[in-house]
Every structure is written in structure tokens, then in C-alpha cells.
Design a protein around this ligand. Sequence first.
Ligand code: ZN
Length: 133
Amino acid sequence: MVKKISHIGIAVKDLEKSIRFYEKLGLELEAIETVKSQKVKVAFLPIGDVRIELLEATSEHSTIAKYIEKRGEGVHHIAFGTNDLQDRLDEIAANGIRLIDKKPRLGAHNANIAFLHPKSTHGVLLELCEENK
Ligand code: ZN
């Protein structure tokens, strides 16, 4: 089942400046990590049960760099927390919804993640996220 919002991914140009902004609002930085496969540096700031995930490109070939070039900084994706991610992906595909990732891949925070195709989600990039605890 899709159980909750796991995190909200926000594309930013400058991770340090963006972290300072959220800290001024009272959020606390939990961790920064680099996800080489996605060419991003990621910062997590929890707010309640949800995390803000700030994403800074580490290469001009990163999808985040391309996103910012086209649309500027802003909300990039929403991640739903789930379990049994492969089963969820199979169900979703069987329902005629397009997937970017047919198989889970490793994302930040040691979580398995997969993206749904925005052409199937009414314009929102949705991520499913299975956190490994
Ligand atoms: Zn994410």
C-alpha cells in the first residue's frame, strides 16, 4: 500500500544557501549525501513525518540541472512511502500507468525508489519510496 508522503523533492541551484533558508524557518538538517547514479547532492530536512529533500545537480548532465534550466528552481517531485515496491510497480503498470523505472533502484537514504512517468500522473513527477530501516 501507499502509506504516506515520504518526502518532497525540491530542485535547488545552491544546496548550502537552500539549507540555510530552511534552517531559518526552524527545520534541522538531518544529512547530506551524494547519489552518484543520479548526479545529485541531496540534503534531508525532516518536518513532522515528512522530509524536505533538497537536490543540487553535481553535473550539467544531471536531470536536476536540466530541470532547473527549463523551469528554474522549485518542487521537482513528491515521494509516496510504500512497502513491497516491486509488487506496487507491477500493479501500477498493470493498471496502464507508465513507469520511468520498472524495477526499483537505490536512491538517497539507502531507500529503494522508482519514478512514475509524469505523462501518466497529470503532470506531477511521483516517486515511490521504500525506506530500508
Ligand atoms: Zn526523492
